[in-house]
Design a protein around this ligand. Structure first.
Ligand code: PEP
Ligand code: CO
Length: 450
């Protein structure tokens, strides 16, 4: 392959501009866009290099099978959801799931939210048609409005600055929740299991919950283990690094080490649609020191993937690369084994995750975008089996989920059907597992890890 083996010119925060940038909004007012980016560049960032390095170390542990990554959150965050109740619910479900997984896996679980910056979306089509009117597609709250209308859909740079401040407010509250003891696991009231208690599967899960609470009580009964320890947890934030102007504005040089970090998130991932080796996203990502996720479908060629890893992680640093296949249940068995073998043969240090959501999107007869709980679970099960057969380690999972009682995915213990989807379908982009479905997924995954 020519392009990737070629020595590239020196990386700078702006060198991506020399490459083809897909999925970028077309701002009518370029001047205002430039002003907004300058202001974002002048604000204090969200995270600190030490935290980013800490996460990289922990991801490397997951790669070696010593911990397990739970990454999850909205497909697209919405400005209107930036409030205490919704943020608390999102953190709560991720914490609860992580406790259930820790119990099953008997190893630490690393929590990474798709949160505090997941405001920009790649789209399969640049435009949408409704009643004979063609308008730009919704690209996430940081770019344009979801509601139909020419003015709403025009990319507005002011929204980018808003997205920055919403991200700051969200992360600030997450830090407060965590440091204030919300993660305190010995308060069963925090568990709020009413919805799942009504289901047929409950007796099975109840036993797990009782054992977990019992284990917590047991640990607490030792004088040496302070309850403080049980109450304090790490929580990291991540989003797709899609909007390159925004990501560049949050890229800062660490004066101590001279390394560049994107300090708008601890971890960022490159999406399936923007992972082209000769594209601007790969050029941008190769210069930052953050841990990077690479999402890919069956369309990737295994050679292309190892070339991509070479460019993004030339020194083969552990914890730097998380591979997140999102292939779907129909094709995973045909494609994933070959890809795993090629990566294994190349001796590249990677952490394997699994996104069981994006390859399993279906549409109902009424054209509602959904996913079925069993399909999601099946992709995870298949992934576990494939890794077992290949002698590799599955280090984590990546979900689209929320802590609220939405009706976006079908199935699960509550057995949501196509007709139930209309009850509380909130997402602006992809369907998420709701609170009960997420809890149930954690119980089932916990059994698998066990
Ligand atoms: C996503 O994570 O929301 C997404 C768009 O994923 P992918 O790039 O894998 O399609
Ligand atoms: Co999505």
């Amino acid at each position: 392959m020519a392009i990737n083996k070629k020595i590239r010119p020196q990386w700078t925060k702006k060198s991506w501009e020399e490459y083809k940038a897909l999925q970028q909004p077309d701002y009518p007012d370029r001047n205002e866009y430039k002003n907004v980016l300058e202001r974002i560049e002048s604000y204090p960032p969200l995270v600190f290099p030490g935290e980013v390095e800490n996460l990289k170390k922990q991801i490397s542990e997951a790669g070696k099978g010593r911990s397990f990554i739970l990454q999850g959150g909205d497909c697209a965050e919405r400005f209107i959801d930036c409030n205490d109740k919704i943020i608390i619910n999102k953190i709560k479900i991720l914490l609860q799931m992580s406790v259930i997984l820790t119990y099953g896996a008997r190893k630490p679980v690393l929590r990474i939210g798709r949160i505090a910056g997941q405001y920009c979306k790649p789209r399969s089509k640049p435009t949408e048609k409704l009643n004979n009117e063609i308008l730009p597609s919704y690209r996430g709250d940081s770019v344009n409005k979801f509601e139909w209308g020419a003015a709403n859909r025009t990319p507005d740079p002011a929204r980018l600055e808003k997205a920055f401040f919403y991200s700051v407010a969200t992360l600030n509250y997450i830090r407060a929740i965590i440091s204030g003891g919300f993660a305190d696991l010995h308060h069963p009231y925090n568990w709020n299991l009413h919805s799942i208690e009504k289901t047929r599967e409950w007796p099975k899960y109840k036993e797990t919950v009782e054992k977990i609470l019992d284990a917590i009580n047991f640990m607490e009964s030792f004088g040496g283990i302070k309850s403080e320890l049980l109450g304090r947890v790490d929580f990291f934030i991540s989003h797709e690094g899609l909007h390159l102007g925004y990501e560049e504005a949050l890229t800062r040089k660490d004066p101590v080490t001279g390394k560049y970090y994107n300090l708008g998130a601890h971890m960022l991932w490159i999406g399936e649609r923007t992972r082209a080796i000769d594209g601007a996203h790969v050029e941008y990502f190769r210069g930052i020191s953050n841990p990077i996720g690479i999402k890919f479908s069956h369309k990737i060629d295994s050679e292309e993937l190892t070339d991509l890893i070479d460019i993004l992680n030339p020194n083969n640093e552990a914890g730097k690369i998380t591979l997140i296949p999102r292939i779907g249940i129909a094709k995973i068995e045909d494609y994933l084994p070959g890809i795993i073998r090629k990566v294994k043969r190349s001796e590249k240090s990677v952490t394997w995750s699994c996104d069981p959501m994006h390859g399993n999107i279906i549409y109902t007869a009424g054209n509602i975008k959904t996913r079925n709980f069993d399909d999601v679970l099946t992709e995870i099960k298949k992934t576990f089996t494939i890794h077992k057969n290949e002698g590799t380690n599955i280090g984590g999972v990546h979900f689209e989920l929320t802590g609220d009682d939405v009706t976006e995915c079908t199935g699960g213990a509550l057995n949501l059907t196509d007709t139930d989807l209309n009850d509380n379908y909130e997402t602006y982009c992809d369907p998420r597992l709701n609170y009960t479905q997420s809890l149930e997924m954690a119980f089932l995954l916990s059994e698998l890890l066990n």
